[in-house]
Design a protein around this ligand. Structure first.
Ligand code: NI
Length: 176
């Protein structure tokens, strides 16, 4: 397994659309394993293949937290999920929550998403699966699927907000 480099905004490769996975072989398994390792290392809860410059419809995720009374919640890193060729087939309701992204480090903004979704996808072996999701899982799936379309959560903000956050990031990058 290997830790992969995560592309960050404004890298234009993040805007590419991803192609469907057609081969379910050991190299797909290795890519998913590397993506999970990379995501865990970066303390993320989701990672889409284009973020590591692989432009295929593959997403990994682990949103499980352990929380005790006095301590802040800790990611367990024990419930990896892998979605191949995922498609949202129905959406219901609305929820607004703060999102961040490993490709947009340090930025957190409120984003409006569907409250409930139904997802169809293939597992790592190519077997069709489906899933109903709400709450954080639904948000994470919608966020990661946007990456497959070349879209960042910054593109889901209002026009004015999106422009101002992007300008701020670009300005900070100039000073690095
Ligand atoms: Ni992201």
């Amino acid at each position: 397994m290997a830790i992969l480099e995560i592309l960050t905004f404004p890298d234009s490769r993040l805007a590419k659309k991803s192609a469907a996975v057609t081969k379910f072989d050991s190299s797909l398994e290795a890519l998913a394993a590397d993506m999970l390792e990379t995501m865990y290392e970066a303390n993320g809860i989701g990672l889409a293949a284009p973020q590591i410059d692989a432009h295929v419809q593959l997403v990994v995720m682990d949103i499980d937290f352990e929380s005790s009374e006095d301590e802040p919640p800790i990611l367990t890193n024990k419930n990896p999920r892998i979605f191949v060729n995922p498609k949202i087939v129905s959406k219901e309701g609305q929820q607004v929550g703060q999102e961040g992204c490993l490709s947009v480090p340090g930025e957190y903004e409120d984003v409006s998403r569907a409250a409930k979704i139904r997802l169809e996808y293939q597992d790592i072996n190519g077997t069709p699966q489906s899933l109903e999701a709400e709450g954080l899982l639904a948000v994470c799936i919608q966020h990661e699927l946007d990456h497959l379309d070349g879209r960042l959560f910054l593109d889901r903000l209002s026009f004015v907000k999106s422009k101002s956050v992007k300008r701020k990031i670009l300005k900070e990058k100039q000073h690095e």
